[in-house]
Design a protein around this ligand. Sequence first.
Ligand code: NAD
Length: 356
Amino acid sequence: MKKIKFGVIGAGGIAQTAHIPSLKRIEEAEITAIADINQEKLLYVKDTFDIKNTFTDWEKMLETDIDAVVVASPNTFHAQHSIRAMESGKDVLCEKPISLTAKDVLDIFQTADKTNKIFMAGLPKRFSGEAKVLKPMIERGEFGEIYYLKASYLRRRGIPGLGTWFTSKKLAGGGPMLDVGVHMLDLILYLAGAPEPEIVMGATYEKFKDSAIDGGWPPIETRKGDISTGKMEVEDLACGFVKLSNGATLVIEASWSGNSEAGLKASLFGTLAGVSMPDPSDPKNPVRIFSENNGVLTDILPEIPTTDVFYEEMLHFIDCVKTRKEPLIKKKEVVSVVKIIENIYKSAETGKPIIL
Ligand SMILES: NC(=O)c1ccc[n+]([C@@H]2O[C@H](COP(=O)([O-])OP(=O)(O)OC[C@H]3O[C@@H](n4cnc5c(N)ncnc54)[C@H](O)[C@@H]3O)[C@@H](O)[C@H]2O)c1
């Protein structure tokens, strides 16, 4: 069997802890190349993971005979890296937040169509136990009409890569809403049947600029050669209120710093049932479905399987590459997620609701 040859752009935290280890577990794949502008990190990754070819110029890597590319570079480069990779004949798995604008997302998918390449958005919550259990129930109509969606991803003190690209407005594009809010947005919109945003109101805050604390991501051992300016140029909290095309309302919040309970959670309210999805890392607080049975209010505690979301994401991508089937994560869904984040920032900047 011919193995699928992978190249990775960006040799940082997520490549070292998720993509490379996942690929190493998969018989049908091999990583033959890795690109990063940081030579020290490249050499560390080459030695640690036994990767043959390293490139400080990602475009040179695209000239080699790899079949697929994982884009794990800073947010602002995702669209450029994905588009060039597909134009060079490679299938692409691209990290969240995929891009900073809905227009870039459309360009990416248009390139996939034009080049006949697979483009898969790396939104790992799709492979979570919650998504696996709840999506089929919702599709069977067990929740009725879903009309209210709430999600939050809150850190109390924890700015990723403080002073690196993560907190540079130019390189990251934004703070926690782009970084972690994106996961929760994708999860609840997917579960709710992918309604599109119609009106977006957002606000952002920068209250911890002078007392920002590095949150330990990327893991220290993955940061070889990284240089920090110490600057914090993006928000530390963002929230959004969104009216959706099916009449439903969505409320989303994300923080890297804030005086609040930390963790991630989401809820959906439907006319027949609702669900609360607390932090999956809290076993004492399970997923609960709130319904009614012959007039009796009834709680159901569904068994939620534990999944290795990055491994499953990679398996799905490889399956799509082999069979040429469309990935689970669709263009329309990615456009909606990115459009909401883009317009939360736009609304925060202008102080006005954005009507789409
Ligand atoms: N899915 C998830 O849960 C998850 C988790 C963490 C990060 N991410 C995403 O993965 C991406 C990378 O994040 P990370 O945590 O690995 O960051 P990181 O800083 O650890 O790694 C990014 C790497 O990209 C390199 N780089 C910078 N500019 C480059 C360029 N022009 N060409 C090639 N390489 C370049 C940097 O030197 C660095 O090594 C981000 O978009 C982030 O949002 C996703």
